[in-house]
Design a protein around this ligand. Sequence first.
Ligand code: PLP
Length: 454
Amino acid sequence: MDRTKFLLNEKEMPTAWYNIQADLPTPLAPYLHPGTKEPLGPADLAPLFPMELIMQEVSKERYIDVPGAVIDIYRSWRPTTLYRAHRLEKALQTPAKIFYKYEGSSPAGSHKPNTAVPQAYYNKKEGIKRLTTETGAGQWGSSMAFACSQFGIDLKVYMVKVSYQQKPYRRMMMETWGAQCVPSPSPDTESGRAALAEDPNNPGSLGLAISEAVEDAAPRADSHYALGSVLNHVLMHQTVIGLESLKQMEMAGEYPDVVIGCVGGGSNFGGMALPFVHQNLTAGKKTRIMAVEPSSCPSLTKGTFAFDYGDVAGMAPIAKMFTLGRKFMPPPVHAGGLRYHGMAPIVSHLYKSGLIEAKAVPQLPTFEAGIQFARTEGFISAPETNHAIRAAIDEAIKCRESGEKKVILFNHSGHGHFDMAAYDAYLSGKLADFEYPAEMVKEALKDLPQCILR
Ligand SMILES: *Cc1c(COP(=O)(O)O)cnc(C)c1O
């Protein structure tokens, strides 16, 4: 049988991230100030982010060096393994070849430490002693807690209250790494107190937790804020995934016809896809690049490409992106990490330009795919990851029908060891599909900011 595992040694790990802004046929729209609606300057972002990250956000340099201190930490789980899914292929009786890049082997169990570590590093370098952030299901909070522990930075995580109560193990991970984790809304901030005064049982939301974390960090000289997805520098840090995969596909003697990733804010998808978009743009490759989202939160396939706020309160910068409206509250799908009203500006721009495709899948078929994957390949995947697995399996089934021997590559964004309650709900028939909430989206889009730029 052909090989199953494609492993790089430490020395073959990428030493620079790939910045797609160098190669975009048309430039990204600027961020706008939430108050003035004028383009943002670096100084506007300085209360929240270190200058090196602000400069990366707008850089047009094609490659940006990974600092040595970051490489040293990456080394404890990178390069990650690229697998050929022989047993899944066999079960599907497909002539297609399926490859997946496994990011579940990081200390936090997902791709998120790829950006958490450099973010902690650049903040440390600028003398920052304390970071704040928000987390939904807890994957980003635990990744940031791990990264801060490596650099001796204090971390306060505002965790959406319903997840704080229902998913205690991610909180325990954060505390094990030394972070403080509070349920949001909390009594510690103005936004939190206002929400609690209105409804003491407010279950919280990602948008509200962002408002709390930003409000906490902005006025304090010792503190900055960290965001785990959406922003250009976050997607760029994640390109280690795609850069390694390019080398590993070469070891396998193959090149992908289709590259797939699940999208919440767009970071793991971007990390895998952008180096392959680069090949399409500059090396004559014609790989199809597919972003997969839940049909209950379909920002790319059903959203509007417009300037919108990054948070619910309208305090965060305005970005040009595919959005469902900042007040859109997705139905309670278990794929907590895919519940964001907007989409990364880079992913939005590529989709609008026709350089990538998008597909929405309902929840039940994603769990069906995750279980087929667990029973063949062995890994139990995060519910978010199951969206990518679903799309990869669908492509492989199409090949069975057409006889095409396509090469399919998907990013496996993380393991599902703390998501077993969702698997339990699926296996006991308690999980349901949610229709695309057309009325809710129409309502939420009424709140788009009025901007001169379009
Ligand atoms: C957070 C998360 C996602 C979604 O976030 P992106 O920024 O779109 O990558 C997907 N998979 C896993 C395992 C996650 O933790």
